[in-house]
Design a protein around this ligand. Structure first.
Ligand SMILES: [Zn+2]
Length: 176
């Protein structure tokens, strides 16, 4: 299945913990990049939708490309996001307007690898350990409903955590 918002859930939780060491925007670009192959496959009516891109080798190659190419795409989005926050009097929620190589790398690789893990549970045509093995140890580890619920819960917990941390930082700044 091409990109679902469910993939973003765990990213929001990681963001709450890792803060500026992890770019959610780059993670988002990684999700879109990962699902180009299934999308093209769907349009063409291909038999296997989750081919080379949904293996750990493919995810490494895509992660590398995303790490290098995503920051210039993400920066205008980040600036717009900060602008909107300032406009609505919520500048304390804004993020620094730069994406360094480290946060781009964590966003990109956590993005592509977690995508393979989640899709391994969901899809039967995926071979995550190709070209060495056609096994997929994770399929049917849990029901799709349970997986989606887990993604929603981690996403909501992440948003709550991120919000609370920003509030805490704001208070601390006032005290200093
Ligand atoms: Zn996918």
């Amino acid at each position: 299945m091409p990109f679902t918002p469910f993939h973003m859930g765990p990213a929001l939780a990681i963001k709450a913990v890792a803060g500026r060491h992890f770019s959610v925007l780059v993670f988002g670009i990684a999700q879109v990049a990962m699902d180009i192959e299934p999308l093209v496959g769907m349009i063409r009516g291909a038999e296997v939708l989750h081919g080379w891109s949904h293996s750990y080798v493919g995810a490494t190659a895509i992660g590398l490309l995303v790490m290098l190419l995503a920051p210039p795409i993400c920066l205008p989005i980040l600036r717009r996001w900060n602008h909107e926050l300032r406009h609505h009097g919520a500048a304390w929620l804004s993020s620094p307007e730069r994406i360094g190589l480290r946060e781009s790398a964590t966003g990109a690789f956590v993005g592509t690898y977690s995508h393979v893990v989640l899709d391994s549970i969901m899809h039967s045509d995926i071979t995550p350990f190709a070209p060495w093995s056609s096994a997929n140890g994770l399929q049917s580890l849990m029901s799709i409903n349970a997986l989606h619920t887990a993604c929603i819960v981690t996403g909501l917990a992440g948003i709550a955590g991120w919000f609370i941390l920003a509030l805490w930082r704001k208070r601390k700044q006032r005290q200093n």
